[in-house]
Structures are given as C-alpha cells and as structure tokens.
Design a protein around this ligand. Structure first.
Ligand code: XMP
Ligand code: MG
Length: 180
C-alpha cells in the first residue's frame, strides 16, 4: 500500500489520478448533454476546487464562463458556532445558469449556504457539482447537487486540491488518513 506523510499525519492512496480523470470525463459528458444550447457559468469554490475545475472545464464543449469565489469560515462568538462569509461572489448572475464546483461536501453546510445566497440574485437555474461527497456526514439535503464524482466514507482525505493544514493540494492522487 502506497503511504505518504503530510506534515505529521500518515495517509494511504485512495483514488488515483487516472480514476479521477475517468469519472470527471463522464461528469463533463453529462453536463454537456444537460446544458446543450445554454451558456452555463461555472463558479469554483476556492481553494480546494481548483484542480477539479481545471480538469472538468476541459471536458465541457458547450459555451461557458468560469468564475471563482471563496468561503471564509471563522469561529463566531454566537452559540451557533461557525460563521461563514462568502467572498468574491460574482455579480450579475440574474438569469444565468449556474453550476457551483466544490471539492468535497461533508455536512453540506457550506454548499447549502452558497446556494441560498446565490439564489437571492435570481439566477435562471442553479446546480452543483462536487468531486467527493461523504453521504454519512451529510446534514443538509441539497437537491441542487446533481453531479457527484465519488461517494466516500466519512474519512479525512487529502490531495488533488484538498489540503491538510494547507499542505498536500499538489498531490496528483487523493489519499485518505490511515487509522491512528
Ligand atoms: P461542509 O461540512 O460545510 O464542509 O460540507 C465542506 C468543507 O469542509 C472541508 N472538508 C475537507 N477538506 N479533506 C479536506 O481537505 C476532507 O476530508 C474534508 N472534509 C471536509 C472542505 O474545505 C470543504 O469545502
Ligand atoms: Mg473546500
């Protein structure tokens, strides 16, 4: 088993780049069919989505536009816990067909918050794509999440844009934390 260390933590190989690319090619085909005759605006959620976005967008052959935004999360003082601030939201999305691109959906809190906020600008439609989904961690049902790369167990993963303490985004494959 191919093992690596990122900072102090040990990880083992989970999804190889070839596997990722084959799946992403299929997601691209699905999107091309669904958006025929349209011009979707892809909105990537930084930082984690940058490699997924890069590979997915190369599979898209309908006219399209690309934008990025980010979510700053910090501990709030209220009892509700994490406060999330959306930064760099694209303007003028009224009437547009939006596809949000996320690296991973865990509880779904981040993505549902993004969708709710973007809906206020009255896009024509809004869908989301996540390379990874942890179904057993999901707390917020997201009907807009139409394009999922892989459903994975509730384990911490790193690589291909995903980080552990800021490190490991450059890894070509995706790794999961080993026990202990
Ligand atoms: P929620 O719970 O809002 O969380 O769906 C989504 C965000 O949490 C981060 N996240 C991870 N990052 N490996 C990572 O590198 C993981 O296994 C992982 N699980 C959640 C990620 O930033 C995502 O956008
Ligand atoms: Mg992220």
């Amino acid at each position: 088993m191919h093992k690596i260390k990122v900072e102090d933590k040990e990880f083992e190989i989970f999804l190889e780049n070839d596997t990722l690319n084959k799946r992403i090619r299929l997601l691209g085909i699905q999107i091309n069919v669904d958006y025929e005759g349209k011009c979707p605006l892809f909105i990537g959620v930084l930082n984690g989505s940058f490699l997924f976005m890069a590979d997915l967008i190369k599979e898209i052959d309908v006219p399209c536009e690309v934008a990025f935004m980010r979510v700053a999360s910090y501990e709030g003082t209220s009892s509700s816990g994490k406060v999330k601030e959306l930064i760099g939201l694209p303007e003028n999305i009224e009437g547009r067909d939006i596809i949000i691109i996320e690296d991973i959906v865990d509880t779904g809190l981040t993505l549902s918050h993004i969708i709710k906020t973007l809906k206020e600008q009255k896009p024509a439609s809004i869908k989301a794509s996540a390379l990874l989904l942890k179904p057993s961690a999901l707390k917020h049902e997201i009907e807009e999440l139409e394009y999922v790369g892989f459903e994975i167990p509730n384990e911490f993963v790193v690589g291909y844009g995903l980080d552990y303490n800021g490190l490991g985004r450059n890894l070509t494959d995706i790794y999961r934390a080993t026990e202990g």
